[in-house]
Design a protein around this ligand. Sequence first.
Ligand SMILES: [Zn+2]
Length: 633
Amino acid sequence: MSRSIGGQSQCLVSRVCLTSRAALLMALVVACGDGSRHPSVLLVTIDTLRADAVSAWGEVQGTTPYLDALAESGTRFADATTVTPLTLPAHASMLTGLRPARHGLTVNGVATEALPVPTLAEHLHASGFQTAAFVSAAVLGAEHGLAAGFDHYDDDLQEPGGSVVRHERRGDRTVDRALEWIGQQEDSEPWFAWVHLFDPHAPYAAPDGESEGGRAGYLDEVRWADRQLGRLLGGLGDGTTLVTVTSDHGESLGEHGEATHGVLMYQGAMHVPLVMAWSGAISAAQRADFPQPGVVREDVVSVLDVTPTILETLGLGSTSEISAAWEADGRSVAEPLAGRVLPLECRSPSFYYGFSVLAGVRQGSLKLVGAPQSAEVDWVLNDISLDSEEVSGQVVVEHPLIQQVLSTEPEVEAPVIADLDQLRALGYVSATLSDAGDARRDPRESMDLVDAIDAANTLLVVGEPLQAWERLEAVPGDYRDVAELHLFRGKALRALGRSAEAVQELEEAHALQPESSSILLEWGRALLEVAAVTNSDAALEGASAAFQQALQLVPGETEAVAMWSLAEIRQGRPEEALSRLDAALDLKPQAGNLLLLRWRALKALGREKEALDVAETIQKIAPELSSYIVPSR
Ligand SMILES: [Zn+2]
């Protein structure tokens, strides 16, 4: 089987691995001993739900009556931590029991063809479960690699009858879909449903919320998500179901200078709720065992433990079998385990900003976090039981826990595949694949830059480029070596119509970060604008080259295909543009921007009849783009 001690596993990076994955899977397939069917399994992940926003955990009363009631009917893990505060990596860890560096999905927007070990869904599917996932955000789209083992993976975020690309789906719609599927399942067969609700994620705008953003707006979203959880639990019927509710990460809400989540690893972003409970008819044996009503567990556990714990509770492998089989970082926590050291890691500061990664551990109430790539590592030790806000942490130079911190270097490098604008719309600033020099900044000391860029991103999205520019102008000069800052300065300048200045900023960004496709795309767009004003062939050539390079870095990215085709049409090369667009449309036939450019290329070639057909298609599937189509004379 695949071994990965020391991070040198070759198996993990090749498809040879699939053979051993299959062997792993078969090893754990067992039927219920008494011939009865397994209970069904419901896993609900409420994205961005910090533990203290749940009434059962916090001082906030009445936000989460349904989750509170579930916690009373089952086991509540009072001290559950995520392994990393970011959606895709944390969910991948939850479904595999592996920490991000080992499964490779270390940040949002990347993809894998196959995770190195079978997921919870694959195990349950192999054991005869009908399986379905209902996700509410594009970051968890099937293309990222979590769909293995699911008979049905519902990542369709489109509004009913709508054509606008959506990045998230409201919880009520996701729950409607899940309830419909659950209602269709046969009584004779167990099912597994993973239902992901995205509502508490920023921006905070609950459908029935009264507050305007901020903490109150966040809590409105939590209330709304809890009501959807209530609807889901109410629709489970009498069949025995093992229910697990947790979150991928919390939300910092401004603590330690972090508005949302994804960079720092303080408790606001790391402490998550975790509840496991039986629903429906349960046997006396189940009642006496785990999870039991009214139990509150104080030992520290991790989202890494979710899959091993569910499998053990169902009798699909013991803790030792599961842990040994794929050397999971997670363990079954049906029973408390003494002395565990739980990994914490966050690669996004490096990936997004070129800062150091953060790495750390939890052991008991102790929490150690450091920035191992910074010049002065500054390991900070906190006792969470005494200081859950982590304001009085001690810098430690020598401490036994430092030796327990694992490498965050990915064992598997997952390529970036997301449309970058999609990530941006979700508040993940960009994917610049930063690779700064030797000693990097400590993200804990660089939140003024992160904050300024986040604020500028939001201001640009809501159409306030001047304010965005002023926010970026106020950033201290010693951040001039951060490519992301120049990227956002370029964006703001473009939005202000100052394209020539934008080109200069983006040239600087590109020089600092040549492997970033988002910088190349933005640079190309600025050059196109300059070319439109000055008729400069050199600017057009430059734009074309930038888009081409962006496409090489992220093959298939729709925006790069679209922009390069536009540049080529303007350069008088519609034939080349058309063949590239046709190839891209084979893969994404509904991509409105590609169809629009195909229409332009056909018009440029004088192929009026075909152009008319494309225009009709656009009118049907992307009517919001039809205003760009100039009728033939
Ligand atoms: Zn998330």
